[in-house]
Ligand binder design. Structure first.
Ligand SMILES: [Zn+2]
Length: 210
């Protein structure tokens, strides 16, 4: 069973953590969360409000501000965790940067190590596009005409490349590949406001680095 009429709930908090998104539809009682970087309670109360249980946790990359509540949510719901294979190096070391936020990562198992391609996630069809640069294993998720760019592309800017696993050249190549996609997409960024692929093709400063 494949769900097409998807809805996206944006969950913002005013702390260091990232934007996080709940993907769901009326036909299923199961939702998918992307980058639960905040306190788990915030995600749980939103899921309760929507009357959904959590089936899967998709991670654009393995930085603490995107993965803070993965462990707790996985324990509570038994949700499967999806992460780019090359970001395993971050959660197996200090590369997840929890120390930077003066926190400790509550460790979790990754169920699906993404290498790119199309994945059926609880009936939601996501394409995972490898977009290394901010981290080696960074993924951009596409469902319908929606794109979840993590810390690769932001509104008129792009992610940091001074961290473990970062590479500015890789990031420009990744942006190039996204900008070369046909058509337009709404972009839900890991931080800051939403944008669109057509806007970023014209206005993102990374195009000056191509
Ligand atoms: Zn990051």
């Amino acid at each position: 069973l494949i769900y097409n009429n998807i809805k996206i709930e944006e969950v913002y908090t005013h702390d260091y953590s990232c934007n996080r998104y709940i993907v769901y539809c009326d036909e299923s009682d199961t939702a998918v969360v992307i980058d639960p970087g905040c306190n788990a309670r915030i995600v749980i109360s939103k899921l309760n409000e929507l009357n959904k249980k959590l089936g899967a946790i998709l991670l654009t990359h393995a930085h603490y501000d995107h993965i803070q509540s993965v462990s707790e949510l996985k324990r509570r719901y038994g949700a499967h965790v999806y992460l780019g294979e090359r970001d395993m190096e971050l959660i197996e070391s200090d590369g997840h940067l929890a120390w930077y936020f003066r926190k400790q990562l509550d460790a979790f198992e990754v169920d699906v190590r993404l290498t790119g391609g199309v994945y059926d996630v609880c009936g939601f069809v996501f394409e995972a596009i490898p977009t290394p640069g901010h981290t080696h294993g960074a993924m951009t998720f596409v469902i319908g005409d929606n794109m979840f760019s993590g810390d690769t592309i932001f509104f008129e800017t792009y992610g940091r490349t001074d961290l473990q696993g970062s590479d500015l050249k890789e990031l420009t190549e990744s942006a190039k590949r996204l900008f070369a996609l046909k058509g337009d997409y709404k972009i839900f960024c890991g931080h800051g406001k939403n944008t669109s692929l057509s806007h970023e093709r014209k206005h993102n400063p990374i195009i000056g680095l191509f």
